[in-house]
Design a protein around this ligand. Structure first.
Ligand SMILES: NC(=O)c1ccc[n+]([C@@H]2O[C@H](COP(=O)([O-])OP(=O)(O)OC[C@H]3O[C@@H](n4cnc5c(N)ncnc54)[C@H](O)[C@@H]3O)[C@@H](O)[C@H]2O)c1
Length: 376
């Protein structure tokens, strides 16, 4: 496969990120089918026409069904608010298109199951959910270190994903504040990213005890008046992994001063690995060997020794950025479509994350531990 026709639905934060990645991926990575940017879709016709022109799409539409039905489109990116993911992703699969969908999969666990069932019915089509942080070469290196036994047996994982984008009570209400449009709050919006990393580094989570809190129960509406916030501003969970490791994970959108603190630690019997996305090109490694007087964490700056960093820059330590992770995610998806290795997070694998978030949500509501079911 040399080329693939692409349609992107949504032109917000993630729509632009997908469009930039699709535009850059061939030049960066080389060995992928060339995405042909066929149609861009958003609700406002004049704006989407401008964006299509800026981002290099041949056409624009305000009707996502037109995009999905287009015979020139073989891959559909779904980057709309969460409440639309299920309908759009299933319609695209039923129309015979590969689907690259943003996280979380949908509003509810039932949405994620329905999307996975649609993917199971079309095994010749590929799916991917947007867990871009896992594509960081630093995290790929951590996976290799753990697999090679450098830190021994993993017995504990702890981490947070904290930001302050809603810390100010005067920040206006948005679709993210409403269960009917977003599903859970920070649990589905941000903790999912930490879980996507935890599952790769420590194995699947099999038991959870959750706590959730809404810190600012109302916010000013953009057009005046007050809007109710009916989902979580912060969430924490005590977790157990399938290999016996334990952990504590949490996320908040109201922690002043934190901008993208996706920070985690993996504790092993011989060492520790830590990382913090606010310094996304660093990985910190402690190995319990050598003279105790000279032991300490060392910071590994990512570089060409950490694939696929070299596709972006030949110089170590110069650093990748957030949008580069989407290019890597895009390349892995295109390779899978072209018959290469499967992606880490197709709908089936992403459903495991939804199982955990659903269990945390229920655990917090019912005030007891919940065993995560992997049988549906
Ligand atoms: N992977 C990540 O790091 C990451 C980061 C941010 C957001 N997200 C996810 O991406 C999705 C979108 O978030 P965002 O921040 O880009 O939101 P956004 O509000 O910036 O953009 C959403 C876009 O969808 C458009 N839209 C709404 N209804 C539509 C319809 N019926 N047809 C076509 N377009 C429609 C909106 O007009 C808007 O342009 C969410 O699911 C979110 O959780 C992922």
């Amino acid at each position: 496969m040399d080329e693939i026709g692409v349609g992107v639905i949504g032109t917000g934060f993630m729509g632009k990120c997908h469009a930039l990645a699709l535009g850059a991926v061939k030049g960066r990575m080389g060995d992928v089918p060339r995405p042909l940017l066929k149609i861009l879709c958003d609700v406002d016709e004049p704006t989407v026409r401008v964006r299509a022109d800026e981002w290099g799409f041949a056409r624009a539409t305000n009707d996502w069904r037109t995009l999905i039905a287009d015979p020139e489109v073989q891959l559909v990116s779904v980057t709309t608010p969460n409440r639309l993911h299920r309908e759009m992703a299933i319609a695209a699969l039923e129309a015979g298109k590969h689907v690259w969908c943003e996280k979380p999969m949908g509003l509810t666990f039932a949405d994620a199951v329905a999307m996975t069932e649609a993917a199971r019915k079309a095994p010749h089509l590929k799916t991917q959910v947007g867990f871009n942080y896992t594509r960081n070469p630093a995290i790929s290196h951590a996976r290799r270190l753990i697999a090679a036994g450098v830190i021994g047996h993993v017995h504990h994982f702890t981490g947070v994903m904290d930001e302050d984008y809603m810390a100010d009570a005067e920040i206006p209400w948005s679709w993210r504040c409403r269960k009917a449009e977003a599903g859970t709050g920070v649990l589905g919006d941000m903790l999912v990213h930490l879980i996507s990393i935890a599952h790769l580094l420590a194995g699947r989570i099999v038991r959870v005890t959750g706590e959730m809190q809404t810190v600012h129960a109302s916010r000013p509406m953009p057009g005046g008046g007050t809007g109710v916030v009916d989902n979580d501003d912060s969430v924490q969970a005590l977790v157990r992994f399938e290999g016996g490791a334990t952990g504590v994970i949490g996320s908040s959108r109201v922690v002043w001063g934190r901008k993208a603190k996706l920070a985690w630690e993996v504790h092993g019997t011989k060492g520790t690995i830590t990382a913090n996305n606010e310094h996304m090109n660093d990985l910190n490694l402690f190995v319990a060997e050598g003279d105790p007087a000279t032991r300490g964490f060392r910071t590994i700056l990512t570089g060409p020794a950490h694939p696929p960093y070299a596709e972006f820059c030949p110089a170590p330590g110069h650093g990748l950025g957030f949008n580069d992770l989407k290019v890597i995610e895009c390349a892995e998806f295109l390779r899978a479509i072209a018959g290469g290795p499967p992606v880490d997070y197709d709908f089936e694998a992403a459903l495991a994350i939804e199982r955990v978030t659903d269990a945390i949500d229920r655990s917090a509501a019912e005030q007891h531990s919940i065993v995560v079911s992997y049988t549906v």
